[in-house]
Design a protein. Structure first.
Length: 303
């Protein structure tokens, strides 16, 4: 499915279908026990986020991550939290402004605990284990329903509202949770180029070729800004500078390493050399005319 069609689907459905994990090659782990903190609130895990966190715990997590202060500075002081889980052990956390209504949604986070088996062909056997307990990010949406798009803050692919500028706080929240659940890493598969760039402050692609391609795009297309880069990939307007062939952004696993195995892998000479080789072999250009033409011919993606 092309990214253009994915954008149409995301605008029609809001987010991937509940209960449908994006981590197709990754096994789900068995049941995890409730934490002592959770048990202090309830005798059972049901109704707790990640089977651990009650509502008071979640508010405390948001404070520790700096999200309460960030949202308050933007005028969102009356927050409403809602948590859900499903039979596939995916957990959803939503944060609303004032009342639980779709038009008031500020944050949606869906996560699951998984057993991750890295692709050994891509990691050259440098990871000591075959299986790792990880925190998987299934979906993140950070939006300001009061905000509007402008020339200085253009719409990004898939956006219905401008962002909250809270990516740093969300990464801090995910790290706190991942350390609480003793995860070896946090894993995400960003659907869009701009999401991959936002995550790249703490995440690296497990495949060094993907990492090198992203870094090449940031090097070669920096003059256009992140929104144009992301639209360029979404419309097929990012091209190989030598052949003119479209270069696709292909969603792939990004990893926020927490344990020493993953840290050693990303610091290894072999990973760094492969990433640098991919970056040096890639030269990109952006066909802005083709990008704008595609957006005009598909007005639904730019509304």
């Amino acid at each position: 499915m092309s990214l253009i069609r994915k954008i149409f689907r995301s605008k029609a459905q809001g987010h991937p279908r509940q209960g449908s994990s994006r981590f197709e090659r990754i096994e789900f782990a068995g049941r995890f026990e409730c934490s002592l903190t959770a048990l202090s609130h309830s005798g059972a895990c049901e109704g707790l986020f990640l089977n651990r966190y009650a509502m008071d715990d979640i508010h405390s997590l948001f404070q520790r991550a700096g999200l309460i202060a960030h949202l308050s500075a933007k005028g969102f002081v009356d927050l409403r939290f809602a948590i859900e889980s499903d039979e596939s052990r995916m957990h959803s956390l939503k944060v609303y402004d004032s009342r639980e209504a779709p038009d008031n949604l500020l944050i949606e986070l869906r996560v699951s605990e998984i057993i991750y088996t890295p692709d050994s062909e891509k990691t050259w056997g440098l990871l000591a284990k075959e299986r790792y307990q990880c925190l998987a990010v299934e979906w993140v949406n950070l939006q300001n329903p009061r905000g509007g798009f402008s020339d200085t803050r253009p719409r990004l692919p898939g956006q219905n509202h401008p962002g909250l500028g809270a990516a740093g706080g969300m990464l801090a929240l995910l790290e706190i949770i991942a350390r609480d659940v003793t995860a070896a890493a946090i894993i995400d598969v960003p659907e869009s180029f701009h999401a991959a760039v936002m995550y790249s402050k703490r995440f690296l692609f497990i495949d060094p070729a993907r990492q090198g391609m992203m870094e090449a795009a940031l090097r070669d297309l920096a003059e256009y800004g992140l929104a144009a880069m992301s639209w360029g990939f979404a419309t097929g307007a990012v091209r190989d500078s030598r052949t003119g062939a479209p270069i696709a952004y292909v969603p792939s696993e990004q990893v926020f390493p927490l344990d020493e195995d993953f840290k050693r892998y990303f610091a290894s000479t072999r990973y760094r050399a492969a990433r640098e080789a991919a970056m040096n072999e890639t030269r990109l250009i952006l066909d802005r005319e083709a990008m704008e033409s595609c957006k005009r011919s598909h007005p639904d993606i730019s509304r």
